[in-house]
Design a protein around this ligand. Structure first.
Ligand SMILES: C[S@@+](CC[C@H](N)C(=O)[O-])C[C@H]1O[C@@H](n2cnc3c(N)ncnc32)[C@H](O)[C@@H]1O
Length: 217
């Protein structure tokens, strides 16, 4: 094998291995939703287990009373979050797409996950209706760069309002898009609402590679 091909194969093999861990059915369901509505779905496939692990790390989930996930899709992060939670922790998932919300309900309701089919803009309204109090951690994979500035701002304010002081919020961005105007604009908006925000190293084993913003209220 020519050295350059060998080098590409060596570099790509962990990514291929990682993608192989995502179930085919999950990938097809995601692709179907992307074809129907690319802007709202925001990605061509589910996030990798490696990105899921990085998202839940250091979020304080093991001691949380109430955790919220926004934009759960086919549940790539839902499983990783559930693995961290104590049995009595309340866990609410918001997903706008009714087909994805129905499949999340099928896959996770029996584990006590409260699946809400609604936009993240309505987060506080749903929390108030459930009388559950403030949130300890919000894990989001919303497709921010597909949103208008007004929607970004409204949802970020909603997340801040939902969190207890000291509560944590994480979200990810695709590395290649971070320096495009839409990515820069989102980062500015994010920092305006969450001045306490750090950027974590790129997770290469994800398609496309992504990095995480971890913020604190
Ligand atoms: C990039 S996908 C992430 C899915 C999954 N968490 C993952 O990482 O594989 C974004 C998800 O956010 C959902 N979504 C888009 N806009 C939303 C909104 N305003 N409120 C709640 N969910 C939304 C989409 O339907 C989609 O399932």
């Amino acid at each position: 094998m020519p050295p350059v091909v060998e080098s590409i194969a060596r570099t790509a093999s962990p990514l291929v291995e990682s993608l192989g861990r995502i179930r085919l059915q999950e990938r097809l369901r995601f692709l179907y939703e992307f074809a129907r509505d690319p802007r709202s779905t925001g990605a061509i496939g589910p996030s990798s287990p490696e990105l899921a692990e990085a998202m839940v790390r250091d979020m304080g989930l093991e001691s949380a009373d109430l955790v919220v996930e926004l934009g759960a899709g086919t549940g790539a992060f839902t499983t990783a979050i559930l693995d961290e939670l104590a049995p009595e922790t309340r866990f609410m998932v918001m997903e706008l797409n009714p087909r994805l919300a129905a499949s999340l309900e099928r896959d996770f309701a029996h584990e006590g996950v409260d699946v809400v089919c609604a936009s993240a803009e309505a987060l506080c309204r749903h929390l108030d209706a459930s009388e559950v109090g403030r949130v300890d951690a919000v894990v989001s994979s919303l497709p921010w760069v597909c949103f208008s500035s007004a929607l970004q701002h409204a949802i970020l304010r909603e997340i801040r309002r939902a969190l207890r002081p000291g509560g944590r919020f994480c979200t990810f961005a695709y590395a290649h898009a971070a320096w495009l105007p839409s990515g820069v604009k989102f980062r500015r908006e994010l920092r305006a609402v969450f001045p306490e925000c750090e950027i974590l190293p790129i997770v290469w084993r994800n398609l496309p590679p992504a990095f995480i913003y971890r913020c604190e209220r």
